[in-house]
Design a protein around this ligand. Structure first.
Ligand SMILES: Nc1ncnc2c1ncn2[C@@H]1O[C@H](COP(=O)(O)OP(=O)(O)OP(=O)(O)O)[C@@H](O)[C@H]1O
Length: 425
């Protein structure tokens, strides 16, 4: 049946959902006052039977344990099963067309919806296990969404439209003969929201995340194996790709002296990178070699603070299809933060902030921190908390503007600084 590849799983989810609804209805009838919880999971036990009515036709689902033998239909195929338990569907022969053409697709649709609604997304990682190319996971619960992400709304809409086109593009990719995957390169200074963007993308698409610590992957072969073990509907992330390994030029086998690491993080990455035998060509194969087409529906995201350090082969279009610059905080991004952190859309200092942000490079993380209420009731959308956060931000921006003026001459924001000083005098 078209589009019902996981019929057993869909039927199982559908039946659990039906059972739960019936149980709720029964409980409401017998003890309405005690119906506090409305979410619980039920499933059919072995040898149980559940009936269902669809457009006036009654059907019966039987749950058959593995040991009871698998029923082989006239077409030589098993009943709906996962290699263990089987569901056998019984109905009157006059309903055959209705069941095959309408009821089973309905079960698939509903079952899939139940699975999506109840699915816990996962964050997989290979980090922390030494030379380990095994995935371990935790439940993914990052709260970042495109609503909370501070950036230019037009850019945000463009990215969301791009993700929609990808998610709905199965047939398109098949038609043009391209693997169903898309590469995003997120670049920009630290603290501008690259990780937040990845979490927002995962929440928007409802995908799992595979976060690869490249320095913990021993060889190209391990990297390929890890890719094969990832599932569809996932985002595969390699953060800080520029300091993960010395990938520049390894493809051409030139001996390049690695850049001297500057931070402790870069020191340890450099140590691990020396030990890892993953090469640029291994990584390029991982991103879009033949193996990378297996399974489909994968987004690959690379992040870097130094896009200029990356090998052009790695970031060329077709491999990294969309380059997204996460830049310093602009006024539009500030407005998102002000709404989310302080519940304000307008304030007398907004004009000052607009002028200052045009001149001053400040990360979104820094602005977010300055807008974080410092006392319990500050963030309730009114009162002194809002004023003190916003004036604190303006003061910080003015300080930066002054420092910039000292080193680089006057700027438009000096006008604001001067005006403020005049008022204070
Ligand atoms: N664009 C943004 N929108 C909302 N919050 C942001 C944004 N940028 C930064 N932040 C805030 O700053 C924190 C750090 O941001 P994030 O980790 O996403 O930045 P990053 O660019 O990935 O940094 P790094 O390059 O150091 O990994 C986030 O937890 C969030 O609170």
């Amino acid at each position: 049946m078209k589009g019902c590849g996981d019929l057993y799983e869909h039927a199982k989810a559908y039946l659990s959902h039906r059972c739960a609804r019936w149980a709720r209805a029964l409980r409401a009838e017998s003890a309405p006052a005690s119906s506090g919880r409305d979410r619980f999971l039920l499933s059919m036990g072995d040898n149980e039977e559940v009936s269902d009515v669809f457009r006036g036709a009654t059907v019966w689902w039987h749950s058959v344990p593995a040991s009871a033998g698998r029923h082989r239909g006239s077409d030589g195929r098993d009943d709906v099963d996962d290699g263990g338990r089987t569901y056998r569907l019984v109905f009157h022969r006059r309903h055959r067309e209705l069941v095959v053409d309408s009821y089973l697709p309905h079960v698939c649709r509903e079952g899939r919806a139940v699975m999506v609604a109840g699915r816990q997304r996962k964050l997989f990682t290979n980090a922390g296990g030494g030379w380990c190319s095994m995935w371990r996971h935790v439940v993914f619960e990052h709260p970042s969404t495109f609503d909370t992400l501070a950036m230019d709304p037009a850019k945000k809409r463009e990215i969301m439209a791009d993700l929609d086109a990808f998610r709905n593009g199965k047939e398109y990719y098949a038609r043009i003969g391209k693997a169903w995957k898309r590469g995003y390169l997120l670049h920009g200074p630290p603290g501008t929201g690259k990780s937040s963007m990845i979490a927002a993308m995962a929440n928007y698409l409802d995908y799992d995340i595979y976060d690869i610590e490249l320095t913990s992957v021993a060889t190209n072969k391990d990297l390929r194996r890890m890719f094969i073990e990832t599932r569809g509907k996932s985002i595969i992330v390699i953060e800080d790709i520029d300091c993960s390994l010395d990938l520049t030029g390894k493809r051409s086998k030139k001996k390049k002296r690695p850049k001297a690491p500057t931070t402790e993080g870069e020191h340890s990455s450099a140590r691990d990178a020396t030990a890892s035998k993953v090469t640029l060509s291994g990584l390029l194969n991982f991103i879009d070699g033949l193996w990378s087409a297996c399974g489909g529906e994968r987004v690959i995201v690379l992040t870097t603070n130094h896009v200029e350090r990356l090998d052009p082969a790695m970031v060329r279009r077709g491999r990294m299809d969309k380059h997204i610059e996460m830049s310093y905080c602009c006024f539009e991004a500030f407005k998102v933060l002000a709404r989310n952190y302080l519940a304000v859309d307008a304030h007398p200092v907004f004009d000052d902030v607009r002028v200052l942000l045009r001149e001053i490079d400040i990360t979104t993380a820094d602005v977010a921190e300055l807008l974080t209420p410092k006392r319990a009731n500050d963030g309730d959308g009114g009162g002194g908390g809002v004023d003190s956060c916003l004036t604190g931000l303006v003061a910080a921006l003015q300080k930066k503007a002054k420092a910039k003026a000292k080193t680089g001459g006057a700027s438009r924001s000096d006008v604001v600084v001067q005006a403020k000083e005049e008022i204070q005098d």
